[in-house]
Design a protein around this ligand. Structure first.
Ligand SMILES: Nc1ncnc2c1ncn2[C@@H]1O[C@H](COP(=O)(O)OP(=O)(O)O)[C@@H](O)[C@H]1O
Ligand SMILES: [Mg+2]
Length: 346
């Protein structure tokens, strides 16, 4: 029996989404894997978890419980113990950090797992850190020849200059550089509304990105590393109805609460465009030095696909795109998990 610790929750703004993702991961785990769930509370305590952390709550949270720790001693690789008594609870073969956002998807947990010598699902420290930070994601993919939109980085409390406003043009999207699940993201259609949007983004991160609007279909492609080291791209998903939502884009409410957005999978594109999106997704994956998996999101504009962002631990909820694009590519959810774990163990 192979034992897998599933980490969920965490100290990021995406705590609840992580709980829902992990719930779904555990529900689809193939029977040859034994799961040891570990919840991370919003203040960062690791506790013995449950296999159904989403319960019935729309936005679940990890509750206090028996505190557990992973041994950082590589000679005790994968050992999990009760912090209060020191009792060993189990020893795991790999960790699946189903964590989104800061302190989970940004290289910090990955660094801890490296130190502990435990194999894990998902990209390593560098790719996770760069993929989390939208400024660095775009620097790296642009260097690999991938088109990105016009942007200005607001580091600290400064305002856009007149020439920056002219360069960007309205509307703009304002977002935390390190964020996810659309939390803190606003569409700004008048410069009067910019300040409030920047303030909102600053609640999530000290660095804010202001981007020119991208027009066209919002498309997501899954990338997956197989156990033999080859990299595969899924069929693309095209999101429908994001612009008609109350938020006017694929915002948090639209994503998780309103359930109005549907996806066409595979996206109804020519073979040529599909191949181009897949090739670009793999280029982005490699540009960030990703391993294991990533979801690469584009806008298909009149001038061709433009990168929006790379997610190194994409959503795994029942309605999330990553498992769905793989199912449409011939790999169902349990097979996807099996591939991810076997790649991690290799
Ligand atoms: N430059 C842009 N042009 C058009 N829509 C955008 C742009 N940037 C973000 N959006 C919209 O906002 C959503 C969330 O932004 P995104 O960059 O994906 O952040 P997150 O990491 O929170 O998902 C996107 O799915 C898209 O609907
Ligand atoms: Mg996104």
């Amino acid at each position: 029996m192979i034992r897998i610790a599933v980490l969920y929750g965490g100290m990021s703004t995406e705590h609840s989404i992580s709980c829902i993702s992990a719930d779904s991961v555990m529900a689809h785990m193939p029977s040859e894997y034994e799961v040891f769930p570990i919840g991370i509370t919003q203040d960062g305590v690791w506790v013995e978890g449950v296999t159904n952390p989403a319960e019935d709550a729309e936005l679940p949270v990890v509750k206090q419980g028996r505190e557990v720790a992973l041994s950082l001693n590589p000679q005790r690789r994968g050992m999990l113990y009760d912090v209060a008594t020191g009792e060993t609870l189990t020893t795991v073969d790999a960790v699946f950090p189903v964590l989104h956002g800061k302190y989970g998807e940004d290289g910090t947990v990955q660094g801890l797992l490296e130190l502990a010598g435990v194999p894990y699902v998902g990209p390593g420290v560098l790719a996770s850190a760069c993929g989390m930070d939208k400024e660095y994601t775009k620097k790296l993919v642009a260097a690999a020849g991938i088109p990105i939109t016009r942007e200005v980085i607001l580091d600290g409390a400064r305002e856009l200059t007149d020439s920056e406003r002219e360069y960007l043009g309205l509307p703009v999207f304002v977002k935390p550089a390190n964020g996810g699940s659309s939390i803190g993201v606003s569409k700004v259609t008048s410069w009067d509304a910019l300040d409030a949007a920047v303030q909102l983004a600053l609640e999530s991160d000290g660095k804010v990105i202001v981007e020119a609007e991208l027009f066209g279909d919002e498309v997501e492609v899954g990338v997956l590393e197989r156990p033999d080291g080859t990299i595969a791209a899924s069929v693309p998903a095209k999101l429908n109805g994001t612009e008609d939502s109350a938020e006017g884009f694929y915002g948090f409410e639209t994503k998780y609460l309103e359930h109005d957005v549907t996806a066409t999978i595979p996206a109804p594109y020519s073979e040529e465009l599909v191949a181009k999106l897949q090739e670009m997704a793999v280029t982005c994956f490699k540009a960030l030095d990703c391993k294991s998996l990533a979801r690469v999101d584009f806008f298909v504009t009149a001038d061709g696909p433009v990168l929006n962002e790379v997610n190194t631990m994409p959503g795994f909820t029942a309605i999330s795109m990553y498992p769905q694009v793989w199912a449409a590519s011939g790999l169902d959810y349990p097979e996807l998990l099996d591939t991810l774990i076997r790649t991690a163990l290799r």
